[in-house]
Design a binder for this molecule. Structure first.
Ligand code: GAL
Length: 376
């Protein structure tokens, strides 16, 4: 009996990527494309609720809580979709990759997510923002829109200030760019133009497209929204206001025309590391990795950090978040946990989770497959 209990205790202390992860009701955790907030001594996992037959949002953003990252309590729906016709978050919209950060000044929990308006496929390409007084919610939806209308990325400007004039050479290039000139996509000329800002210019007035995303709070308390923009061809990193509810207007482009999605980020010994995916929808592809000495770049690309079976397909998954643990390094396998989703588009609620420790080899992050591992 004692042996059985011990076995049981060991089994529940382990992370088993790709398997069913029951919550405290015995139901597979339904929090996809998610992220984690640590508040006090509790971890809160927020993610997309997926139903059995569609990936459209029929419920909203779910929240689970845990003290040990292994046993999860279902806290229910943190942000509910709306039954009001025409609401931005009307039931049946697409609401993906929610992330929550805590603002110590306003004492509010701030949720950002990728939002597509109901019935419009992936055309809206907006971010949405919601806020709550308690980590598990309920979250009140505030607004949705495209990113940074009327502002250029900082590297286009003479100074890194929002209203600074364009650099003369950048202006000369932008003047030549016109999306209507290109009949064909994916030609070398088109890719060059995208890299130079073809879509930034096209969307300057309405705001930049905003799809797959994460949030990052730096050591100095500044927060950033990192998202796939420009038809998913270029990542943007946009600074948030002090209340974490808006963009300041300062943003930078990462890997222009590089076609990256699913950004996840952490900082190790002063270097920012970002893991992303390519753009193949729900189908897995090879992870990419970038590093930079500052959040503002310059960002350098490195080889795929995954090691093990299906390493060229991110083990069958797609990145969603990297959790930085604040426990001392000696008590855990790694201070960083790479989190990914194994999507099941034909049975979305059955999608699985990959959580793996990030190790360092030759100074670079490596994500090695493990069937099971202990968080502690
Ligand atoms: C993926 C993206 C997911 C979802 C999906 C839809 O590339 O990362 O969040 O949007 O496409 O096909």
């Amino acid at each position: 009996m004692l042996c059985q209990l011990l076995l049981c205790a060991t089994a529940t202390a382990q992370i088993r990527s790709g398997e069913l992860w029951p919550d405290d009701n015995g139901q597979h955790i339904n929090a996809h494309g998610g992220g984690i907030l640590k508040y006090g001594d509790t971890y809160y996992w927020f993610g997309e609720h997926k139903s059995d037959h569609t990936s459209d949002a029929l419920v909203g953003v779910t929240c689970y809580s845990s003290k040990d990252l292994v046993n999860w309590h279902n806290c229910g729906t943190a942000l509910s979709v709306s039954d009001e016709r025409g609401s931005d978050i009307e039931r049946g919209c697409i609401l993906e990759r929610p992330k929550v950060i805590y603002n110590p000044v306003t004492k509010r929990f701030c949720m950002w997510f990728h939002l597509e308006l109901k019935g419009r496929g992936y055309n809206a390409a907006r971010y949405g923002v919601a806020v709550a007084r308690r980590p598990e919610g309920p979250y009140q939806f505030l607004y949705s829109q495209r990113a940074n209308p009327g502002t250029w990325p900082v590297e286009f400007l003479t100074e890194r200030a929002v209203a600074a004039p364009l650099k003369a050479d950048t202006k000369a290039v932008l003047d030549t760019l016109d999306a209507a000139h290109f009949r064909e996509s994916w030609t070398p000329a088109w890719l060059k133009a995208v890299g130079e800002g073809l879509f930034v210019k096209r969307d300057f007035g309405t705001g930049q497209m905003s799809r797959d995303m994460t949030l990052y709070v730096d050591d100095d308390g500044r927060a950033y929204h990192i998202f796939s923009s420009e038809e998913n061809l270029t990542l943007h990193i946009a600074e948030l206001t002090n209340d974490y509810l808006h963009h300041t207007g300062r943003y930078t482009r990462v890997a222009p025309a590089g076609h990256n999605e699913a950004p996840a980020i952490f900082k190790h010994e002063g270097t920012y590391w970002m893991i992303t995916s390519g753009c193949t929808g729900w189908a897995p592809n090879e992870a990419r990795m970038f590093s930079a000495p500052s959040i503002w770049g310059p960002w350098t690309q490195h080889p795929n950090p995954c090691r093990g079976p299906k390493q060229e397909l991110t083990f069958g998954g797609q990145s969603t978040y990297i959790l930085t643990l604040d426990a001392p390094l000696t008590t855990v396998k790694s201070r960083y946990i790479f989190m990914a989703d194994i999507w099941r588009p034909r049975h979305p609620s059955d999608a699985r989770y990959i959580w793996l420790p990030i190790e360092f080899e030759d100074g670079k992050p490596v994500v090695r497959w493990r069937d099971t591992w202990d968080v502690k």
